[in-house]
Design a protein around this ligand. Structure first.
Ligand SMILES: Cc1cc2nc3c(=O)[nH]c(=O)nc-3n(C[C@H](O)[C@H](O)[C@H](O)COP(=O)(O)O)c2cc1C
Length: 218
């Protein structure tokens, strides 16, 4: 099973420190996925934002920027996604939504996702997580019921993503395990079913524009 772990911070600023706290959370989650998934980290800094927004799906195949077509292939080949977002003003990171908005939902769909949020505050990004559910559902990578939240992540994790002294390793592992096990179960089930029945034969992606799916007469 292949999983992509999306790091959702492009922040290079202080305060608040540390910048890109998400690196620690992703490092921890990558260690928790090992053994279950072949996990690859996707860093938004490798996919710089442009002044104007032209999603990868707007290009003809041969004109698509190569870094975006490379990521599109990785997304298409993955079995599952872990979306790791900080909470910015009670919302998911724009770095993540901007990157995901590049791609057609057909490359994500009929696969599961796991929502993981963090913050330096006490709620661990739970308010951002609520908004991530409809977003990921619309992309078609349905979020599993378990969500992972990491409050005060700057105190929980050290810079390399290992737990800070005094943190209970077994409890954090078992907490993360609920999400990663659900993700693995659904990823295996979805991979099996995709092989048995082509999901796009049953539910074709729209070809040109979302209104192709609209109810008749509206
Ligand atoms: C623009 C901005 C908005 C923030 N909004 C929230 C918030 O709504 N809730 C919260 O708990 N923390 C909030 N924070 C604090 C972040 O949780 C903290 O800075 C964290 O390190 C951000 O993740 P990052 O370093 O990976 O970008 C905010 C930080 C920034 C920069």
């Amino acid at each position: 099973m292949k999983a992509l772990v999306f790091l959702a911070s492009r922040r290079k600023s202080s305060p608040p420190l540390p910048a890109r706290l998400g690196e620690r959370v992703c490092a921890f989650l990558m260690s928790q996925l090992a053994g279950r998934f072949e996990a690859t980290l996707i860093d938004p800094l490798d996919y710089p934002a442009t002044d104007t927004f032209k999603p990868a799906f707007s290009y003809s195949d041969n004109a698509k920027p190569s870094h975006l077509s490379g990521l599109e292939s990785l997304i298409a080949q993955a079995d599952a996604y872990v979306m790791v977002s900080p909470e910015y003003n009670h919302s998911m990171s724009p770095a993540l939504s901007d990157l995901l908005n590049q791609f057609p939902s057909s490359v994500f769909s009929f696969k599961p996702s796991l929502i993981a949020t963090y913050s330096s505050g006490q709620w661990g990004g739970t308010r951002a997580a609520v908004g991530m559910r409809p977003f990921l559902s619309e992309l078609g990578c349905i979020p599993v019921s378990a969500m992972l939240h990491f409050p005060r992540a700057d105190k929980v994790f050290q810079a390399d993503g290992t737990l800070a002294p005094g943190q209970e390793e077994g409890r954090w592992a078992s907490y993360a395990n609920r999400g990663t096990e659900q993700l693995h179960w659904w990823a295996a089930a979805a991979a099996h079913q995709r092989a048995v029945l082509d999901p796009f034969a049953a539910s074709p992606p729209f070809r040109r524009a979302p209104p192709e799916r609209d109810a008749p007469g509206v």
